[in-house]
Write a protein that binds this ligand. Structure first.
Ligand code: ZN
Length: 64
């Protein structure tokens, strides 16, 4: 039987990780279709800006 405390700690770590992403408002064009995303997510740790259009296509832009 898995340790319940370990499970909860893991859950918290995941939430913490996703909260590192910063929401950046602004229209972002999709590279695969004509739809736009209304905001992007900025990952300051990996320096990646990512957004998903209304069709669900993932777009990423890595900043060097
Ligand atoms: Zn798209």
């Amino acid at each position: 039987m898995p340790n319940i405390n370990e499970f909860i700690n893991k859950k918290n770590a995941e939430v913490l990780h996703s909260s590192e992403l910063e929401r950046v408002d602004g229209i972002k064009p999709c590279s695969k279709c004509e739809n736009n995303a209304e905001y992007a997510l900025w990952d300051p740790r990996d320096m990646i800006l990512s957004w998903k259009c209304s069709e669900g296509h993932d777009n990423q832009f890595k900043v060097n």
